[in-house]
Design a protein around this ligand. Structure first.
Ligand code: ADP
Length: 597
């Protein structure tokens, strides 16, 4: 499953309207109360602004032309009150909208995170993780922006604009018509700019995620970078990406600010013409000066909302583009649906059987007619050259992927027909590279079974030969590990992850033995921990150690996605011309598939 192609950026107006409807529908309903109050406040702001435009006529005519002091007082008090109302209404709407906005972001982050967990493992190996992370952090705000823009622009800017326009028409219809003549060409120019801005914004998001990805790659592979002296090479590569991103951002800045000079020029022209006309009317037609002051004030006050409304489309489209990426993720169907009649798995012997299983990641067949049995309570070792399909066999058991043909049975139950949760609860997994999560050592072990007591966690740690080094840590079991915690050695991390598998106490253990060499002492401790973990369970192990293979009850030799031999160490080692015998003759690398190449 690929991330949707971000280059396809021709968001047509229909798609935008559809997206707007969806965003407003989903969020408007949930926050109807808050939005109603905010809209009421915004209407107050709009009306008070229009009042200020209107009252200017009276200010001039009563105070300066008629020189009536009692009217002047009344007018001044009303102006003061209107400003106070405007200030408070503006404050409340802003606080309410921010609160709702923050809540929208929090809810979409939760929703996205939960949704991501329902997607199959395959999705994550194909999607660039940096791109995903960028999407979640940057684009969720798009949904908030759509809501806030729509509400502030309709309730405040549009209403303010319309009521000021009303004031202008009442004061001088001829001038108002002139105003309508100027507006349309302006609108067309703005549309053109918005189109180009849209394309640039999408490209910038993609470019930024490339920069992020390249940095992450370097950080994760820093030892390789240094060992192969790749610094200059990588620097050149990332420099190019950063420069491209910088240019794209500059372009966005230029495009989105281009509206500024355009509007200023037009506004200057409009105001100059207005005064020329006013002077003419006052001198030759004897019209009261209050009319022009009211008109001019209204025009000036209408400038801000009009400018925001003109920018609205650009901003709304930018927000919709961001929001659309979020919805593309949210709309992604989990590939492995649970069957409606899925039952919980009932484990008795924990016998695993593959029947004619075929599997492909994409078009290349990785497993071809694989049939094998891992007997309950016994250890089955998978050996074979790298790329033979051993990890794939392991991945199919907890249903990280589903076979294209054939089926997998546990105690006679097809795992495609049982609930994934019940299946995975019966399985413990120790990966080649132990992964420790942010949190304490205790937390990391307890992930194996969240309801395990402290005593059970400690017992598992003892069995995994991890207790001693854990209590030697500064805060014992409560020592933080992970990205921001203490650094544990490779062997220690492995023993923590074995303790995690032990505390799960599941009848099936899937094990990908580490290929990386540990020091002898750690190696011995890890081996003892593994022996403990393996005893009494059904174990399927990708074996890299000779000792594991020798002790396994059954060895399955794989090559090119097929099972080529089966047996135990003695029978297989003696078979003439067998792959296992040949591998075994190469001594240690014999069973260490990955080091064969
Ligand atoms: P082994 O564990 O024996 O080394 P794997 O099961 O990892 O073999 O891989 C079998 C084949 O499947 C290899 O050719 C490998 O390139 C391919 N493969 C493994 N994982 C993926 C994946 N996530 N996407 C596409 N191809 C994959």
């Amino acid at each position: 499953m690929k991330l949707p192609d971000t280059k396809k950026n021709n968001v047509d107006s229909e798609a935008i309207t559809g997206m707007l409807k969806r965003i407003i529908g989903e969020n408007g309903r949930d926050h109807i109360g808050g939005y109603s109050i905010a809209i009421a406040c915004l209407i107050l702001v709009a009306l008070s602004t229009a009042y200020i435009g209107y009252i200017m006529k009276l200010v001039i005519d009563k105070a300066f032309v008629d020189r009536d002091i009692s009217d002047a007082w009344l007018i001044c008090v009303s102006i003061f009150l209107v400003f106070v109302v405007r200030g408070f209404a503006g404050y409340f709407q802003s606080v309410i909208l921010s609160k709702i906005g923050n809540n929208i972001i929090a809810r979409y982050q939760r929703r996205l995170y939960m949704h991501l967990m329902t997607l199959s493992v395959g999705f994550f190996s194909e999607a660039r993780s940096a791109q995903l992370a960028a999407r979640i952090s940057q684009n969720v705000s798009g949904i908030r922006d759509v809501m806030n823009l729509t509400i502030t622009s309709t309730a405040r800017d549009f209403l303010t604009f319309i009521s000021l326009l009303g004031v202008m028409i009442v004061q001088d219809p001829v001038l108002s018509i002139a105003f309508f003549v100027i507006a349309p060409p302006l609108f067309i120019a703005l549309r053109y700019i918005s189109k180009r801005l849209r394309a640039a914004t999408r490209e910038a998001v993609v470019l930024n995620s490339h920069v992020l990805g390249a940095m992450q790659e370097t950080i994760q592979g820093i030892s390789i970078v240094k060992a192969f002296t790749m610094e200059n090479e990588l620097e050149r590569k990332i420099n190019k990406l950063i420069t491209a991103a910088e240019h794209r951002q500059n372009r966005i800045a230029r495009l989105s600010e281009r509206n500024g000079p355009l509007m200023e020029t037009v506004a200057g022209f409009a105001i100059a013409s207005l005064f020329a006309y006013a002077a003419y009317r006052s001198i030759y037609d004897n019209v009261s000066p209050g009319v022009f002051f009211s008109f001019a004030t209204s025009l000036l006050l209408a400038y801000d909302p009009a400018r925001r409304l003109a920018k609205l489309q650009v901003q709304l489209e930018r927000a919709v583009v961001n929001a659309r990426m979020i919805y593309e993720l949210l709309d992604m169907e989990p590939r492995q649906r649970e069957l409606p009649d899925a039952k919980p798995l009932v484990v008795t012997d924990a016998r695993i059987e593959f029947r004619d299983v075929r599997f492909a990641y994409g078009d290349d067949t990785v497993l071809d007619d694989v049939s094998l049995v891992a007997e309950g309570g016994q250890t089955t070792a998978l050996v074979g050259p790298s790329g033979a399909g051993k990890s794939t066999v392991i991945n199919l058991i907890p249903r990280f992927y589903d076979p294209a043909a054939g089926a997998i049975y546990i105690d006679g139950q097809d795992i495609a027909h049982v609930t994934k949760r019940s299946l995975r609860e019966q399985i413990a997994y120790v990966s080649q590279q132990p992964y420790l999560f942010e949190g304490t050592i205790r937390d990391n072990i307890r992930y194996g079974r969240p309801e395990a007591s402290d005593a059970e966690v400690e017992q598992a740690a003892r069995l995994a030969y991890a207790h001693d080094f854990i209590v030697a840590q500064p805060q014992g079991y409560d020592t933080p590990v992970g990205e921001n915690g203490v650094t544990l050695s490779g062997g220690q991390r492995q023993r923590v992850s074995i303790a995690r598998a032990l505390v799960r106490n599941a009848p099936i253990l899937l094990l990908d033995e580490a290929t990386s060499a540990l020091d002898t002492e750690s190696e011995a401790a890890v081996q003892k921990a593994l022996d403990e973990a393996m005893s009494g369970r059904t174990v399927v192990v990708i074996a890299h150690r000779l000792s594991t293979v020798v002790r396994a009850e059954k060895i399955i030799v794989m090559q090119n996605g097929r099972v080529v031999e089966e047996g135990n160490h003695e029978t297989l080692a003696e078979a003439d011309n067998g792959l296992y015998a040949r591998l075994n003759n190469l001594q240690r690398p014999a069973v260490s598939g990955n080091s064969r190449k």
